[in-house]
Design a protein around this ligand. Structure first.
Ligand code: AMP
Ligand code: MG
Length: 334
């Protein structure tokens, strides 16, 4: 079979990334740049401006890294949603322009699906319960009955955003996750709420509570430690029930928060006790990147899923900022 090369563009939030991957699982390029702020928080229009300014440069660098001309790429994939509309537009417009100018098929990739497929690409996991914990999204997902289904999720903010929100309140900058992880190493437990409702979790009240304790003079290290231990334990409680319900034998941690070593350790302990294999997406690929979009783009290209080929189709390809994982067609899983 001829080698198929896919170029993936990620632009759902803070990161603009271009990844180039082949159907023989070779990663030819992975170039990305993340919008960061000193004060914390993403301002969607500013992130979009960041992506707009860097997109050409990132594409050029990716092609250079892959030693390819754009003409040699077989298909272009872009993150179609969910995400922030202003940044999604930048990625979609850029991808559409490339598809039209170079006469390539265009694939609209669900960003969450990108994380799930990438997690399997980089680990031995085949059909796991996915513990998907990123900035905006926190969901426990598994493939059942022909689609990915959400078994439990964060009711308001995702855990990553909750950590960032707390970080902003105590002056840690954005993203706060890695700083909270470092500070937590020096912290001890203080009592904070633990909120699991059925299969769902709720972080916003916990963050508010931690912010109040901070104002009362509780050490930031102790709050970081307690926030991590509590947030991770809540998610693992739900994960354990999803494992029991589905009977699956693997758990896979993915998303930006999967970079957290303490989280991985806690997952491993829970899985060991249940006789389940624990996997985590490698640190380098746990955050948003173009490679995850290219990996999923290839699966879609070979199954002709959500693929736009005619000029009219490509021109009409639109973003879907609230696209849920249950609504994604995944014929390669059947
Ligand atoms: P994503 O949206 O998947 O790119 O994930 C970004 C989120 O991951 C942000 O909210 C970060 O604060 C969070 N994050 C990154 N590294 C860590 C870490 N080491 N521990 C906890 N959270 C992290
Ligand atoms: Mg993400």
């Amino acid at each position: 079979m001829k080698e198929i090369i896919c170029l993936g563009i990620e632009a759902t939030a803070h990161t603009f990334g271009v990844g180039i991957v082949t159907n023989e699982k070779k990663i030819l390029a992975d170039v990305r740049d993340m919008y960061t702020t000193e004060q914390g928080g993403i301002i969607p229009n500013e992130a979009a401006r960041h992506h707009e300014q860097l997109k050409e440069h990132i594409l050029e660098k990716a092609l250079e890294e892959a030693k390819l001309k754009i003409e040699e790429i077989d298909c272009i994939a872009f993150s179609q949603g969910p995400g922030l509309p202003p940044t999604l537009h930048v990625g979609k417009n850029f991808a559409r322009e490339l598809a039209l100018n170079y006469n390539k098929p265009l694939l609209g990739v669900n960003h969450l699906c990108g994380h799930l497929e990438e997690g399997k690409f980089f680990t031995a996991a085949k059909d796991p319960v996915y513990v998907f914990v990123s900035g905006a999204n926190t969901q426990i997902i598994a493939y059942e009955g022909g689609k990915y289904r959400v078994f439990g999720e964060a009711l308001s903010v995702g855990l990553g955003n909750a950590l960032d929100k707390f970080g902003r309140a105590v002056g840690l900058g954005f993203p706060a996750g890695p700083k909270i992880e470092a500070l937590a190493k020096k912290g001890k437990y203080v009592a904070i709420p633990y909120v699991v409702k059925g299969m769902d979790v709720e972080f916003s009240g916990i963050v508010t509570h931690c912010e109040q304790l901070f104002k009362k003079g509780v050490a930031v290290e102790d709050l970081c430690y307690s926030l991590q231990e509590t947030g991770f334990a809540m998610l693992l409680e739900v994960t354990e029930r999803a494992l029991a319900h589905t009977g699956k034998k693997e758990a896979l941690l993915i998303g930006g928060v999967a970079a957290n070593q303490r989280f991985i350790e806690m997952l491993q302990i829970m899985c060991k006790e249940r006789g389940v294999k624990a996997y985590a997406c490698p640190l380098k690929y746990s955050g948003d990147n173009g490679v995850q979009i290219a990996i999923t783009g290839l699966l879609q290209f070979t199954t002709k899923t959500n693929m736009f080929t005619t000029e009219k189709e490509i021109q009409q390809a639109a973003i879907d900022p609230t696209w849920r994982i249950e609504d994604v067609a995944v014929p390669w899983m059947h």
